[in-house]
Design a protein around this ligand. Structure first.
Ligand code: FES
Length: 353
């Protein structure tokens, strides 16, 4: 690169090259230039973005040893979402090609808060109108910048991609959370401006040749599933879709009336809310167990899981027990930002709420 303040990042397989600031992660520079490599959490936790550095030097910054061991660093590997260039570099992803992953240019956006409402215990719906449309795939997320501190928080879109300027987020309050307790649940108001970047992530609707779908969400893990649900029903109102929504109590359950109306309007959409900590006149138990009770076989289905890691792991096991093909199981794990902050650098978020 000719500008001394920038380094070149070259992708060996295609010879495409982009300019990257010394403080900019390699992945960020690629995605902002429409060059896609496998990626998911953008937090250093999943390892999806692992690359081999074929030439040049990188700074691994806060890449956690759990995701990138000392031996891997010595062997020339790096996490593209964490590593920044110290010189011109040439890299090659080590993971799968991810040919089917969502590919939309990563951009910065300014937005105006158009709605803010409590929808369940310690849970808010945030509506944001963007100044320009954001192309994204159903299931992806953005990073919202917390004013004053500049911290980033990840939230999945709950709206379908067909409304690219009107974004919806479901946000769970985190005690003493920098983004929630100290901003979104206290000082944020309608009309306020916010900054965000996106889209991120590889959890997205994959078409699946029209296969029937099973969506399982825990807590605000419902958000990306709502985006997928709206997207799928827009495309194909007759598609067989089963949505399982897990919550602890009725106070935690939200959008149930809306989903029941969907079930009345779409003959092949089935909605099952399940509570794990309160007896009621609906289904009781962990949401993945409730789903298991309803299917003898998931062989020809595609499954989408989003929620706390323990729920997602249980869901993967449940789908496999019912013979769902692993390639048809899509998952997104998240933990609250407070838990992320309590862990060593980069050990937490996949898509936080
Ligand atoms: S995207 Fe880099 S570790 Fe997850």
């Amino acid at each position: 690169m000719t500008e001394t303040s920038l380094h070149g990042v070259k992708l060996a397989s295609t010879s495409e090259e982009v300019a990257c600031r010394p403080d900019q992660p390699l992945l960020d520079s690629l995605l902002r230039n429409d060059i896609w490599i496998p990626n998911s959490c953008n937090q250093g936790t999943c390892g999806t973005c692992k690359v081999r550095v074929l030439r040049g030097q990188v700074d691994h910054r806060r890449a956690p040893l759990d995701t990138l061991s000392a031996a891997e660093r010595d062997d020339g590997l790096a996490l593209a979402c964490q590593a920044t260039p110290c010189s011109d570099v040439e890299i090659q992803p080590v993971g799968e090609s991810g040919a089917g992953g969502p590919r939309h240019r990563l951009q910065d956006f300014a937005g105006t808060v158009t709605g803010l409402a409590d929808i369940a215990e310690d849970t808010r719906r945030l509506l944001v109108s963007l100044e320009k449309p954001m192309e994204f795939s159903a299931g992806q997320y953005v990073e919202i910048t917390v004013p004053r501190t500049g911290a980033k928080r990840q939230y999945s879109m709950a709206n379908a991609p067909s409304t690219p300027t009107e974004l919806e987020f479901h946000i769970r309050r985190v005690p003493e959370g920098e983004a929630t307790d100290q901003w979104i649940f206290t000082t944020l108001r309608e009309g306020d401006q916010i900054q965000l970047s996106g889209p991120y992530g590889d959890f997205s609707y994959g078409d699946d040749d029209g296969a029937p779908l099973i969506l399982v969400g825990g807590g605000t893990g419902l958000a990306p599933l709502m985006s997928i649900l709206d997207h799928v029903l827009n495309l194909d109102p007759d598609r067989e879709v089963h949505l399982y929504q897990g919550a602890r109590t009725t106070a935690d359950l939200y959008d149930a009336d809306k989903l029941r109306r969907y079930a009345e309007a779409f003959a092949n959409f089935h909605y099952v809310p399940a509570l794990s900590m309160e007896d009621w006149d609906g289904r009781n138990g962990h949401v993945t167990d409730v789903m298991l009770e309803d299917f003898d076989s998931c062989k020809d289905y595609s499954g989408y899981l989003c929620g706390p890691p323990i729920m997602v792991e249980a869901g993967i096991k449940a789908f496999k027990r019912r013979r769902m093909a692993p390639r048809r199981i899509y998952r997104e794990k998240f933990t609250p930002a407070a838990e992320a902050a309590a862990q060593p650098a980069g050990l937490a978020l996949a898509a936080s709420t």
